[in-house]
Ligand binder design. Structure first.
Ligand code: PHE
Length: 345
């Protein structure tokens, strides 16, 4: 019997598992109840008592060896990757397309960044607004043409007459001025980026949806000089250090005095080209000193505080920056157009 055990130990030791099938054969042959080792245990019962100790130990060693061999082979087979040789593990991965930011977002983020460097914080307001915040609080007379159905998309109109409770799509981000001033007292130094809506026929130069960034600074002793200096800083950061600005008198119901700002044409350097229509100047925003009526409407002491405000069109600035001639391109989401814009913003 000892010989038989030795023979089996040799066989088990030499065994090499090369597949699941051969390992299963191994298990049946040695480890199952009716296998070779099982049979040894059966025979063991008939062995004379004085040999039991030695033989028992040997059979147990054999059994442990076979079990160990089996367990090792199972885990080795599980861990081995089949057909390794067919895969080139040094190949680079599939490229992962991450897309690009929309040019309007890039320009908006850049405007926000420029103003945040001089202490302006950002707020947003609702796109669906009431008449009060868009028009009435902003000092629009009842008969002001901007309230007209032609310009404004109404959601809920109480009557033919203007009503502060009418619900509409905001036509400018100046509505966020009144929302903010109702809620907090000066000093206020903020910008409000957002989407605005006007009932206009869509063309290369006009769209019914566009984006604005509004600025508002209200504190003690804020002057027109502060406004001018702030806007000059912005123009230089946005269009380059050589940029000049020009303020032309204008009118807005919510500012007094009001102005429109032109920047020197960054494309021809002010000499005159077809972008600036030969004038050397490009109009980019409206601005002015916050009308005292607006401060009063929003619960701010107009004797103590003064402020300036400005509002610019993001599409307009993006057009100048990227020389995109047709506004509609910004809304069509043609990937061939969108993927041309790569930026840190
Ligand atoms: N809200 C004005 C517009 O949409 C722009 C503006 C904002 C003008 C703030 C003056 C002050 O045209």
């Amino acid at each position: 019997m000892l010989d038989k055990i030795k023979e089996l130990v040799d066989k088990v030791q030499q065994y090499h598992a090369d597949s699941k099938e051969s390992l299963e054969q191994f298990r049946l042959k040695y480890l199952s109840k009716k296998g070779e080792i099982g049979q040894l245990f059966d025979e063991f019962r008939t062995v004379p008592a004085e040999m039991k100790k030695q033989l028992g130990a040997e059979i147990n060693k054999l059994k442990q060896l076979a079990q160990q061999k089996y367990d090792d082979a199972v885990s080795a087979l599980e861990n081995s990757v089949s057909d390794d040789s067919k895969h080139d593990l040094t190949r680079p991965g599939e490229p992962f397309e991450i897309g690009t930011r929309h040019p309007i977002s890039i320009v908006k983020n850049e405007i926000v960044d420029i103003f945040s460097r001089i202490g302006f914080t950002v707020a947003e307001g609702p796109e669906v607004e009431d008449d009060w915040h868009v028009f009435s609080a902003m000092n629009f007379a009842a008969e002001h043409p901007a309230r007209d159905m032609q310009d404004t998309f109404f959601v809920e109109k109480k009557s033919m007459e203007p009503d502060p409770h009418d619900i509409l799509l905001r036509t400018h981000t100046s509505s966020v001025q009144s929302r903010i001033m109702e809620k907090r007292q000066p000093p206020i130094r903020m910008i409000f980026p957002g989407r605005v809506f006007r009932n206009e026929a869509i063309s290369a130069r006009a769209h019914c949806i566009f984006h604005q960034v509004e600025g508002l600074y209200v504190a003690e002793n804020v002057s027109f000089a502060d406004l001018k200096q702030t806007l000059l800083y912005f123009a230089k950061e946005m269009f380059g250090n050589d940029t000049k600005i020009r303020l032309r008198p204008s009118y807005f119901p919510f500012t007094e005095p009001s102005a429109e700002m032109d920047v020197s044409c960054s494309i021809c350097g002010g000499k005159g080209c077809n972008i600036c229509k030969g004038t050397g100047w490009l109009e980019i925003l409206g601005c002015g000193m916050v009308d005292p009526n607006v401060l009063k409407n929003c619960g701010i002491d107009s004797e103590k505080y003064t402020g300036f405000a400005f509002g610019m069109g993001v599409e307009r600035i993006a057009m100048l920056k990227y020389q995109v001639r047709d506004l509609r391109l910004y809304f069509e989401n043609d990937i061939r157009f969108l993927k041309q814009f790569k930026s840190a913003y």
